[in-house]
Design a protein around this ligand. Structure first.
Ligand SMILES: Nc1ncnc2c1ncn2[C@@H]1O[C@H](COP(=O)(O)OP(=O)(O)OP(=O)(O)O)[C@@H](O)[C@H]1O
Ligand SMILES: [Mg+2]
Length: 456
């Protein structure tokens, strides 16, 4: 330490005085004079410091709550303040707290992620919000959809339900007939292209785009509502009037799509739709539990479901809608779906939707693309740029990667392994809370996913 003479800062002056006082007033222990030092055994008195909660929460994040709007659906109890906690992404957006209404929920298996999102969306339906689950690999949202007056679309082998990806869907209000025709044409082209890409597991070449476009135009000229087998036939046998080379150029696309209508994946897309997508219902869920073991089918079905939803979202009177991606790690591993998700993340504000992404751990992202690939970067930015992050309990090995990916503070990091079922760290654009989600007994019954484990 430098000599007191050379560093006569206010601190050292006070320390010297304290030492002098100590010698004058109280005999040191053992009767010996204490050496002049900066040590002092008197209770340290620091004047109380007052500041705004906005500043203090930088130091004590959970004790000094920032002001969040008090409107929204009830979630549960703030574990530090004991106060009630409410959440509504649209209210937070309107109050200027967040600039995009999307949220992510991460946590170990059985932490209560799905129960939380089910509470959030069912509790917000009475306030006029609608819910869309474009892919539910476990089928756990189907019963809830029926219970709230919505519909679950269940598709799978051996069922009589059919889904025609070329359906035009309901025309949104405020769009003229010619505009709608052009939009339906573009959507069909986009959708058949996306289905072919998924089956080929590679992007289409420009020639293959042309092949699909030609086939679609011919089929639409013949049938008002085309179905996929017609397109496949046209691609594989373009007819004498077509350039002979087109048949060769389209062989790969034709055979890839053929798998959906007469190959191992037949029985879902090969006829007119028996189910309708009614955007007026309070909740719609696409149940993928019957096809969950086929990544190709999950991907194809979700691509169709997203395309329908995008059409419904164009309706300016469509209102606010939750879009739930439960078990998102499965869905994110499909490049075509990840690209769609990313687009919807960006358009959330524009369409009035709040996307919710549920997954287990940050290392689930390792299943997305190759290390350093563009897909991996898209997935990482999807999480990092989401302004509402709800982190449930994490395994000890996941605390490091989660901290790194989401930029958690030390206090937040230490909290993660200690959280119980239904307890989570909520980070809402700089506000951090530890919230215990409360379930009503009826909700507990309806949302229970442990029946198979705890039942007889
Ligand atoms: N807030 C809560 N209070 C009490 N029990 C809860 C709460 N949330 C969830 N549970 C219980 O925990 C069980 C598992 O919850 P949930 O299905 O939501 O977990 P999860 O995190 O989605 O699991 P997975 O990763 O397997 O999908 C539920 O069946 C329910 O009984
Ligand atoms: Mg779940």
């Amino acid at each position: 330490m430098k000599s007191p003479a050379s560093t006569r800062t206010p601190v050292s002056v006070r320390a010297e005085r304290a030492d002098t006082d100590l010698q004058d007033d109280v005999p040191p222990r053992g009767g010996q004079a204490a050496p002049r030092s900066l040590r002092m055994w008197r209770p340290l008195r620091i004047p109380a410091h007052q500041d705004t909660s906005a500043r203090v929460r930088g130091v004590y994040p959970f004790l000094a709550e920032g002001n969040l709007p008090t409107a929204g659906v009830y979630v549960g109890r703030d574990l530090y303040s004991g106060g009630a906690f409410v959440y509504d992404p649209w209210v937070l957006y309107a109050a200027g707290v967040i600039t995009a209404p999307n949220l992510v929920i991460a946590g170990i298996v059985g932490a209560g992620k799905s129960a939380l999102i089910k509470s959030l969306y069912t509790r917000s339906i009475p306030f006029g919000r609608k819910v869309y689950v474009p892919g539910d690999p476990k089928g756990e949202h189907s019963a809830i959809a029926e219970a709230v007056g919505g519909k679950a679309i269940i598709l799978g082998h051996g069922l009589r339900t059919r889904l025609n990806p070329l359906d035009s869907g309901p025309r949104p209000a405020g769009i003229s007939e010619p505009e709608w025709e052009a939009m339906v044409g573009a959507r069909r082209l986009d959708l058949v292209g996306a289905l072919a890409e998924t089956m080929l597991t590679r992007p289409l070449t420009p020639i293959e785009h042309t092949v699909i476009d030609r086939a679609l135009n011919q089929v639409v000229a013949q049938a008002e509502t085309p179905i996929l087998p017609m397109i496949v036939d046209r691609i594989l046998e373009p007819g004498p009037e077509q350039d002979a080379r087109l048949a060769d150029d389209g062989r790969m696309v034709g055979h890839a799509l053929r798998r959906l209508v007469s190959g191992d994946l037949q029985g879902i897309f090969d006829g007119p739709s028996t189910v309708t997508f009614d955007p007026a219902l309070p909740m719609l869920s696409l149940d993928l539990s019957r096809v969950a073991n086929s990544d190709a089918l999950v991907s194809v079905l979700m691509t169709c479901a997203s395309a329908w939803m995008e059409a419904a979202l164009l309706d300016p009177a469509g209102g606010h809608r939750w879009v739930i991606y439960d078990e998102a790690w499965r869905l994110m591993s499909q490049p075509a779906l990840l690209r769609r998700m990313d687009a919807q993340w960006r358009l959330a504000r524009h369409f009035g939707i709040a996307n919710a992404l549920l997954f287990h751990k940050l290392s689930d992202l390792d299943t997305v693309g190759d290390a350093g690939s563009a897909m991996r970067a898209v997935a990482a930015s999807l999480l990092a740029n989401t302004e509402t992050q709800i982190i449930y309990r994490q395994g000890a090995d996941q605390v490091g990667p989660t901290t790194l990916a989401l930029g958690l503070t030390r206090t937040e990091r230490q909290l993660l392994p200690t959280l119980g079922v239904g307890q989570g760290l909520w980070r809402i654009k700089g506000h951090a809370r530890v919230i215990e989600h409360h379930l009503h007994p009826e909700e507990m019954r309806a949302f229970n996913t442990s029946n198979r484990m705890t039942g007889p």
